[in-house]
Design a binder for this molecule. Sequence first.
Ligand code: SF4
Ligand code: SF4
Ligand code: FES
Length: 364
Amino acid sequence: MSKINLANVDGVEYEISQSETILESARKLGKEIPTLCDDSRLDPNGCCRMCLVEIDGWPRMAPACATNISPGMKIITENERVRRHRETLISLYLSDHPKNPKDEEKGAPNQLILLAEKYGVSNGWPHLESKRFEREDDPNPFVHFQADKCILCARCVRYCDEVEGVSAITLAGRGSDTTIATADNVSLLESTCELCGGCIDVCPTGAMGEKMPLFSNELPERELSKVRTTCNYCGVGCQMDLNIDSKANNGRGKVVKVTSPPPGTTTNDGNLCVKGRFAYDFIEHKDRIMSPLIRGEDGILHEASWDEAMQHASKGLLAVREKHGSDALGFISSSRCTGEENYLVQKLSRAVFNTNNVHQCAAT
Ligand code: SF4
Ligand code: SF4
Ligand code: FES
């Protein structure tokens, strides 16, 4: 092997085969470097300073997420100096964070607190009240911003710009007043925001949170169980995780929120749209039809079992075929069904009822 492409990470020789950051290389070697502002979908901005590592010959430590690895580099991801830096940085972040954030945790796990626990940091600095302002009365139905939990990592701002492409939010102000705001501080509803909720998803501390579960005092995310499913609002097939409080509704369970699987693991790469992420409260709606209905001789719809509904439908379909022939029937499936369900509809049409009169709404 030519030595020309070799770097050294914690004493291990690493062959550089492509342009990549120190963080990416270290992860390939199974090393854990703590991060807060890093996100694989975003250009690195190296602003949280959590991932600093030592590079032999460099006077200052460098952000692993924003520094490319290069041949001949000798990198140390963990030693006394690096650890002392991480502990000091965490305690500085904690100094104007809410005092008991774990007790107050209502939404997603706070990664800053998880790191504080990992590094054994309790805040040793005098507590400062956060000076950042927030739009407490923003009437948008989904996104809540709690300014004192914000560590200004700008993941929300960068996501909104680089992934969603709408730049609805920005860093505003200077110094310790800096906050996340819209232009002229208008409501998200008056901004270019598409209410995708991506800013909530990327926020490492829960400063951006989802209003519905937060304001209805649901369990925090770490106490919910996740069930992976396919979004059925359109035919793209985005994967989503239903976050379930399994004890709610007398043990029947309740969907408390929807989150996206981590970036890089499914086709939607950690993204969801406004419907996929937020339009789940119909599940508990009091008007929701929970069982099949069959119209009786009296002209009124009556509840029926699935067996009865299937029997009734097949009897009706067979009667039409008997009287008018197969091509009197037509089957229309929905883009809200999965690919497998759409396949079964055409199979039912062609193989069972012997007609090619089958269509799917997304094809029009
Ligand atoms: S909800 Fe989406 S579009 Fe709106 S501010 Fe957040 S990331 Fe931007
Ligand atoms: S709201 Fe969250 S994602 Fe946005 S800058 Fe603050 S901590 Fe980072
Ligand atoms: S993760 Fe590297 S500076 Fe924030």
